[in-house]
Write a protein that binds this ligand. Sequence first.
Ligand code: NZQ
Ligand code: ZN
Length: 391
Amino acid sequence: MDNFRFYSPTKFIFGKDTEQEVGALAKEFGAQKLLVHYGGGSVVRSGLLERVRKSLRTAALDYVELGGVKPNPEDTLVYEGIKLCLKEKVDFILAVGGGSAIDSAKAIGLGACYEGDFWDFYAGRSRARKTLPVATILTIAAAGSEGSESSVITKTDGMYKRGYSDDLIRPVFSILNPALTQTLPAYQTAAGSADIMAHIFERYFTNTGNVETTDRLCEGLLLSMLREVPKVLADPDDYDARANIMWAGTVAHNNIVGVGREQDWCSHALEHELSALYGVTHGAGLAVVFPAWMKYTMKHDVMRFAQLAVRVFGCEMDFFNPERTALKGIARLEQFWHACGLPVRMEEIGGKKEDIPYLVEHLELDGATRGSFVPVGADEAADIYELMFAD
Ligand code: NZQ
Ligand code: ZN
């Protein structure tokens, strides 16, 4: 196991009706004037936004609102949010929604404390020193942004989807009420679940040895996803299954299961190009990317793939042919995602083979590689995109 530092300062408030505590909590964290930031309207329709307003008013807190965050959030609204924060002297941002609203809030928090262009951080040109504090009320179990140190934004000029990671932008508190996810369409529930599983895979496939504890934590989370997701798809009101998925989503990405081991993250980079070009939901894009990436990298450490197949997907170990076991595990993953209503091939998301050169170029590798389990350069990325198409 590698040396590590793990810093996860977020206070999590989990359970039914917990959104009603938001005013008191924001006050406890020093908020005076808040920006309430949300998406395309689900929080209005569900009545959640109204409950949030009431709680803030009860705590005698002043606030302004900015809605309209799109899935795969864009820089244009971030600039608007930064301007609003400066004009209104906002000192605290509350994101109400999913990863998109939270990531947009994180970007606004950074931009409001920086003299330059907030995109400098996402383009890798600068590191942040300060941010406005961000808190969240989560409405979808997926991205893990409620506990993570990351934010992903799309620059509309050129459609570059890029991330920034820094412990500074971990939320100060996150309210997780699983009941809030009961209004999700089945497709979003499924896509969110695929994203959660993908966050575990990015950590699971490692070259670091002797990481049994985190291996087992990853496998345990995956096993609970395989058990709980079908329950929620069969019965969207199954609170306990939603609760298990929601906490799995947070734990999968606040990095407690990834410490002390090299992580990969090539598949996320490949997927961000699919979201940017085809507008596909992030988790659905990952369901297309991961099986292909797994088939491509499997030979690098076939025993790790066979271990996953046996311990998580219930395959029998073929000691004479571990590769066969590994492939069976990947096939079961594809079957699981398909049964959840997710795409697993490019054709299903409108992908075209002739787009591959564009997708690879847009990765902006410039001779560099992505991922650490198997470093992926431009040629390898093209091969993996090719594998995403039906045989
Ligand atoms: O915009 P509204 O109207 O709220 O609708 C959303 C949106 O259409 C809807 N939704 C959310 N909660 C709902 C609901 N509809 C009904 N009832 C509810 N309770 O679901 C749709 C998706 O929402 P979004 O916030 O986009 O989902 P998600 O949490 O999957 O976030 C995706 C974004 O997070 C990024 C992704 O790349 C993508 O841009 N990621 C962020 C990460 C991070 N910050 O650590 C890591 C991830 O790997 C990921 O890259
Ligand atoms: Zn993700």
